[in-house]
Design a binder for this molecule. Sequence first.
Ligand code: NDP
Ligand code: GDR
Length: 360
Amino acid sequence: MSLAEKVAFITGVTGQDGAYLSELLLSKGYRVHGIKRRSSSFNTERVDHLYEDPHNNDPRFRMHYGDLTDATNLIRLVQEVQPDEIYNLAAQSHVAVSFETPEYTANSDAMGTLRLLEAIRILGLEAKARFYQASTSELYGKVQEVPQRETTPFYPRSPYAAAKLYAFWITVNYREAYGMHASNGILFNHESPIRGETFVTRKITRAVAAIEAGAQDCLYLANLDAKRDWGHARDYVEGMWRILQQETPDDYVLATGEMHSVREFVELAFAELDCPIEWKGEGVDEVGIDTRNGRVLIRIDPRYFRPTEVEELLGDPSKAKRVLGWEHKTPFKELVSEMVASDMRSFRGSNLLLRRAVAE
Ligand code: NDP
Ligand code: GDR
């Protein structure tokens, strides 16, 4: 079959990775079908630029209502779409929120993966449809080895990670039990200008823009010393695609091999405004100060600490480099700059609109 005829089915198409992956697959000539959830307000902003009027003949990008908690819906959609490749990106993806909604997180992230794999099996598509599971560095949790690679033991530290652990192993099991082309991408944190606003990187870059625009006084964070291996989402979706192009299904770590703290991220982000940060105090009383004028820009809000934390993660992407020829491209500093610049543009735009609305 030629690439031009390939059909992809993406769950989580309205999320950060879903949007970048859709762009990538469309650029490769795929037809892309995604599921979106019914919501009382618009939730398709990240993919609106890909939207094609369904009244036009034969759109290459289509969305269907769906939910990972609804098995019959998944079976019907997989039946209708007959995909060559399925990317299971949908999840309740916020670690802190998973402590608040553990049952829902298990239902969508663990059981949802099982429902999708079962849909493939029930429909007899085991030989046709390749399956990608969005696994995560959170599986390593309480770290047993540094850096973490495919063979490092897992130790999940949140309801999210425990649900993703089930999803990881059920994917491996369906590969071994039914010969399915099912693979896990164990992806370390990846960010972008369209990262969800409550993940720490975007929360910081939005705050930088809002503080500069005078719309926010101070940024509240929690564990400043948590360390992550942060890459760019655009680079990582290329790795997802490469994983499904292999003859043999397998599991791969995608990471940069570099680790930075939340504190460093804050310093770099404010440096984009030429604003050097100095840290004073300790524990929950620690503050980040603008050294030019003594203004407090960062404070600690204990509500954002997690009941069990993942202190540091550092990936070893050497298998992905060797087998997939994949490497991350965007340096850390460039990622931070791009995110701050994008948030500054949107704040300036919205401020302008606000001023216009007030003036008119
Ligand atoms: P996002 O939170 O940006 O997107 C999650 C997507 O899943 C959204 O489209 C959301 O829909 C959808 N979704 C949530 N619950 C359901 C459900 N019950 N049924 C159907 N759809 C649902 O996540 P990312 O794009 O950042 O991540 C993609 C995947 O990769 C996730 O599974 C995440 O856990 C995993 N991952 C992410 C990493 C990262 O650093 N970004 C690293 C490793 C793994 P809606 O828009 O309506 O909310
Ligand atoms: P993470 O991402 O938990 O790694 O999960 P997040 O950006 O939420 O947290 C990273 C680290 O920053 C610390 N932190 C804060 N986090 C948030 N959200 N808000 C704060 O105010 C704050 N202050 C400090 C956190 O404690 C943590 O240590 C992301 C998600 O995309 C998952 O879906 C994915 O599986 C993993 O990355 C890899």
